[in-house]
Design a protein around this ligand. Structure first.
Ligand SMILES: N[C@@H](CCC(=O)N[C@@H](CS)C(=O)NCC(=O)O)C(=O)O
Length: 241
């Protein structure tokens, strides 16, 4: 049995995706919970990833970075039933396209928004943002949630699905997991109610409530965020005293 080591923290969306892949495929691994900015910027971690981004894993002595590349690697090794990454090349292309859309368009908008509007103030004493910035940021979030709403809607139609359960094809894939993690964080941190404006997306989002593993990861995310906020506040208090 190959020993897999994992380094990450559960508040991080890409980390949760790798945890989802490891756990849903029943892969044994050694879990190392690390601290953003502290451990990720330490020499030992930067020798694994010079860009300081978690997650990272070690597989059979080889260090690996980037959540999508790690997840795809793990799927190709362990996902014999093609549960998370389809076998068919055309279906695969659609999953990859969604993962790229997430990395290029969704994640930069969603993640920056709750740091800019909320967490930087709590964690780093950053100044409050003005109304114009806040409203432009919410507009960008809504435009992107609107795109996802339409993607879910047309996938439901194209695959004659009874419910909105996936972004591409008939079953949930790696792309659903990765994008759910991004949507969950922005909706949780900024208390965005999807129901009113994004009914298809809301149905897709709710469908994760049947997924025990995802519910566990959601809980771990909340605890991890609380710990991170506490840690940053303590650092700030020390600096100020
Ligand atoms: N594209 C990378 C993104 C990794 C990333 O941004 N990780 C953040 C957490 S969400 C991080 O580790 N930040 C720590 C730091 O900036 O020090 C991936 O998908 O793995």
């Amino acid at each position: 049995m190959v020993l897999i080591k994992y380094w990450g923290f559960s508040a991080s969306q890409p980390c949760r995706t790798v945890l989802y892949v490891l756990r849903s495929l029943g892969i044994e691994y050694e879990h190392h919970e690390i601290r953003p900015r502290l451990d990720t910027r330490a020499e030992w971690f930067m020798s694994i990833n010079r860009f300081s981004g978690a997650p990272a894993i070690e597989y059979n002595g080889t260090k690996m970075i980037e959540s999508v590349a790690i997840s795809r690697f793990l799927c190709s090794k362990y996902d014999q039933e093609y549960m998370l990454f389809p076998k068919d090349e055309v279906a695969r292309q659609k999953v990859d396209a969604l993962l790229d859309i997430n990395a290029c368009y969704l994640r930069p908008v969603f993640m920056n928004s709750y740091w800019d509007l909320k967490l930087s103030q709590i964690c780093f004493n950053a100044p409050e943002r003005d109304e114009e910035f806040t409203s432009t940021t919410f507009d960008s979030i809504k435009i992107n949630l609107g795109h996802l709403d339409q993607i879910v809607k047309s996938n439901k139609k194209n695959h004659s699905l009874e419910n909105c359960t996936s972004l591409s094809g008939s079953n949930k894939t790696l792309a659903d997991v990765q994008i759910y993690n991004e949507v969950y964080n922005v909706a949780y941190q900024l208390e965005i109610n999807l129901k009113e404006d994004f009914p298809y997306l809301q149905e897709w989002y709710d469908s994760f409530q049947n997924d025990q593993l995802m519910k566990e990861l959601d809980q771990e995310m909340i605890i991890s965020f609380d710990n991170i906020i506490k840690m940053y506040k303590e650092i700030l208090d020390k600096q100020e005293s």
